[in-house]
Design a binder for this molecule. Structure first.
Ligand code: G4P
Length: 191
């Protein structure tokens, strides 16, 4: 998505450690009209696929997940990263390793929200090593839901999670794929 690439070049900042800061529109402040544009592009990519729910993970996946679900006119479910009092009953749970934070968390969804009647579209803001996406796919599998594919805003192509998941048969659509980035050299997108 050309507009996202241009937005990253204009507003993004490459930090040391291969981290792209996009707090001005995606991770802290949300550029709502632009989020809606990304969601429309995502909905266009998955047009004709009978999605019944969008599945994402808190926190930063929620904004894009909501916008995409709104376009598809389906509910959005988000996995929680810690068990709280408002998640009860039968649970679907997947252990996810975060390379960025070097910790594990347990992605959790109440079993009532993902069932064999569902076809889910997985949505997230970033795709790096693919651990979060694998966790979401595992939650869908546990619930018996089918997976239509995954929609990602920014894929860090040099971290290979996306390519591995595609090889494994998952349809992964990323609105921008970064093949190289550094504080000195800036960002290079996959063409
Ligand atoms: P993976 O899921 O693809 O394996 O990636 P990883 O564990 O490395 O990512 C962990 C977190 O860091 C995720 O959010 C992910 O979205 C985010 N992330 C990864 N690389 C970047 C980056 O270059 N820039 C930004 N802005 N975020 C990145 P999280 O920690 O779970 O945070 P949140 O969703 O609660 O905000």
């Amino acid at each position: 998505m050309k507009a996202l690439e241009e937005k990253i070049l204009r507003e993004g900042e490459v930090l040391p450690g291969h981290v792209l800061k996009v707090g001005s529109f995606l991770n802290q402040q949300i550029d709502v009209p632009f989020m809606n544009e990304m969601a429309s592009e995502g909905a266009r990519l998955f047009a004709g696929v009978p999605v019944t729910k969008v599945l994402t993970v808190e926190a930063s996946g929620i904004a894009l997940g909501y916008a995409v679900a709104s376009r598809l006119n389906v509910p959005m479910v988000f996995a929680k990263k810690s068990k709280t009092a408002n998640v009860s009953g039968d649970l679907l749970q997947a252990k996810v390793f975060s390379y960025t934070h070097n910790t594990f968390y347990t992605a959790t969804v109440s079993a009532e929200y993902l069932t064999g009647r569902d076809t889910v579209l997985l949505v997230d803001d970033f795709l790096a090593n693919g651990e979060a996406l694998k966790g979401l796919a595992e939650l869908a599998r546990q619930g018996g839901a089918k997976i239509a594919g995954a929609l990602i805003a920014v894929e860090k192509g040099f971290q290979k999670g996306g390519d591995a998941l595609r090889k494994a048969g998952l349809r992964v659509e990323s609105l921008a794929i970064i093949d190289e980035m550094s504080p000195e050299g800036g960002v290079r997108f996959r063409s």
